[in-house]
Design a protein around this ligand. Structure first.
Ligand code: COA
Length: 537
């Protein structure tokens, strides 16, 4: 197969409109990200005045110079009662040449205490670290549980400590650099870690601080005696290294990581590669402002994948291009690494598309090739003809293939992601290794108008069966309310706020992010599976 005809598919005048609309969404996204950066507000200044570095400054110093940091779940907590960011900063970065999961408490937000959103975010970070066998470096400064919300976190939070110890048992290293408070439950974060560095005069690690000890036993003591870094380095033995200051702790942390002897078990890099055939900047011009309008996903694919080169004859090698045209499948490379791509074309998934996807997923498993899903689907086709044609069993076949596929997968919501189409395209519930969302995307059980329309039909039916008149005015108000609510709940910030994705990203960053993810994935062996459940043919 050759690369697609690269003539522009949206009309040129449409391209400007789409570009402006996408740029406005990206500007808005930047503003929301800035809220996470400034989450500490006035406490950032106080923190600096105490001679301390912020979570982001600590991360910046920890990373190799010039190395990228893939920040994850930046908008966690958006639209909730909690501060955007969930009082933590987390992401994947390169430390002493090693890709690491970094989790940093943000002491400028509620003393770095852990609320339900922080817990969801750090839990997901630990899951990513586990699946990709990443060493985990935690930058500790936390007042422990967010006390007013203790009921929502106390019991599930135990899982966090369990995760650290299980990581250790898997030989997935855990390093804690303790800069400040690490109280009560928080004391177990370093306590469970393989390596502990504490900052002299800064770290305070105790099960109970002086007031609590006085209340419990009557003993009078101070912070240093109870949990100071020097005491832990010389007396209790909890600290392995005593750092003279924060920068020294970071230096020691980098030294620890350098000696971990980490190696990649699934390396698939094929050598030098070419930049994409089409300019990624053009991604801004492809997506219609109304997601009901279809667009050609090949226009997206050719801006994400490597261009042709000596070792890569065609940039996108399409599979079954003449069969099930509402879904595009094919092979490509990204940053020199092979990938199988599944992308929706016309929004709707029909039987042929589901069968084609199933076969393609099997082929990628047979060749140990990671998968990339590009979502723009309104779901599986409904209607008499399609039900009679077996759309349920064909959709189930695709969901079965996605569920039992074992090659690493990455999902990107580039448009709509509705209904069971989200499942078949490897939505969050199917545990893709990474899932990112473009700022124009929408995701829900169905579109707001359809959902509100279904509710109206149900309400009319209910009124009729009770023998009462349907209240048109109240019905219209309810419909408008439901439509608006579902629209809001379908938006990327809302989903990111609930930690249903790993981040909302600028489409132009997609290729770089995929490159990082594919490199991270290689830390584990890449092994496909051909043992699927029963396929109902
Ligand atoms: N839960 C909820 N909120 C907390 C918190 C916690 N564990 N720890 C601190 N905060 C809040 C404070 O109430 C304050 O909120 P405000 O801005 O609305 O006034 C904000 O965080 C800053 O606290 P502050 O004490 O001014 O910050 P600090 O940097 O001087 O000290 C701590 C931070 C963590 C050392 C200190 O707040 C503390 O000791 N907290 C209690 C720790 C504890 O005992 N935890 C038990 C967990 S099981």
């Amino acid at each position: 197969m050759t690369d697609l005809d690269t003539s522009p598919s949206p009309a040129l005048d449409q391209r400007d409109v789409r570009r402006e609309a996408m740029l406005a969404k990206i500007a808005d996204l930047d503003a929301e990200h800035q809220k996470a950066v400034n989450a500490g507000g006035k406490y950032i200044e106080r923190h600096h005045a105490r001679g301390k570095l912020t979570a982001r400054e600590r991360i910046e110093l920890l990373l190799d110079e010039g190395a990228p940091f893939l920040e994850l779940m930046t908008l966690a907590g958006w639209g909730t009662e909690f501060t955007i960011g969930g009082s933590t900063v987390t992401g994947i970065g390169v430390v002493s040449g090693v890709e690491c999961m970094i989790i940093a408490h943000d002491p400028t937000v509620k003393g770095g205490s852990i609320n339900p959103i922080s817990m969801k975010k750090t839990g997901r970070a630990m899951q990513i670290a586990e699946e990709n066998h990443l060493p985990c470096v935690t930058l500790v400064e936390s007042g422990g549980a967010d006390l007013p919300h203790q009921k929502d976190i106390f019991l599930p939070a135990g899982r966090g400590f369990r995760d650290i110890t299980r990581a250790s048992a898997r030989k997935q290293p855990t390093v804690a650099l303790v800069f400040g408070n690490s109280t009560a439950g928080g004391a177990y974060i370093p306590g469970m870690s393989d390596y502990i560095v504490m900052v002299d005069g800064g770290a305070k690690v105790f099960l109970g601080g002086p007031p609590l000890v006085k209340m419990a036993t009557g003993e009078v003591s101070d912070d240093e005696e109870l949990g100071g870094a020097r005491m832990h380095a010389t007396t209790s033995g909890l600290a392995d290294f005593l750092a003279v200051d924060e920068r020294d702790a970071i230096r020691l942390g980098r030294r620890i990581v350098a000696r971990l002897n980490v190696s990649k078990k699934g390396a698939r890099f094929t050598g030098p590669y070419a930049e994409p055939l089409l300019d990624p900047e053009g991604l801004l011009e492809i997506i219609p402002t109304d997601l009901k309008e279809p667009f050609d996903p090949r226009e997206v694919i050719l801006r994400l994948v490597d261009g042709p080169s000596e070792t890569n004859e065609v940039s996108f090698d399409e599979f079954k291009p003449l069969y099930g045209p509402s879904l595009v499948t094919g092979w490509a490379r990204i940053h020199g690494r092979p990938i199988g791509i599944i992308a929706n074309a016309q929004g709707i998934l029909f039987s042929k598309e589901a069968q084609k996807a199933t076969q393609f997923i099997q082929l990628c498993n047979a060749s140990d090739t990671p998968l990339l899903f590009l979502h723009n689907t309104t779901g599986y086709m409904v209607g008499k003809e399609y039900e009679q044609g077996g759309i349920i069993k064909h959709g189930a076949m695709m969901v079965n293939a996605v569920s039992n596929s074992t090659v690493p997968a990455i999902s990107i919501l580039i448009g709509a992601s509705y209904g069971a189409g989200n499942y078949g395209m490897n939505g969050r519930a199917y545990d893709p290794r990474f899932l990112f969302t473009w700022p124009n995307a929408k995701c829900a059980v169905m579109g707001p108008q359809q959902l509100a329309g279904v509710m109206e039909i149900v309400a009319r039916g209910a009124a009729e069966s009770k023998g009462v008149a349907y209240d048109e005015e109240a019905g219209a108000a309810t419909k408008a309310f439901v439509e608006d609510m579902i629209e809001q709940q379908s938006l990327p910030y809302f989903l990111s706020g609930m930690v249903y994705d790993d981040g909302v990203i600028d489409p132009r960053d997609t290729r770089s992010i995929l490159g990082i993810c594919l490199s991270v994935i290689e830390n584990q062996p890449i092994e496909g599976n051909l043992n699927f459940g029963v396929f109902r043919m």
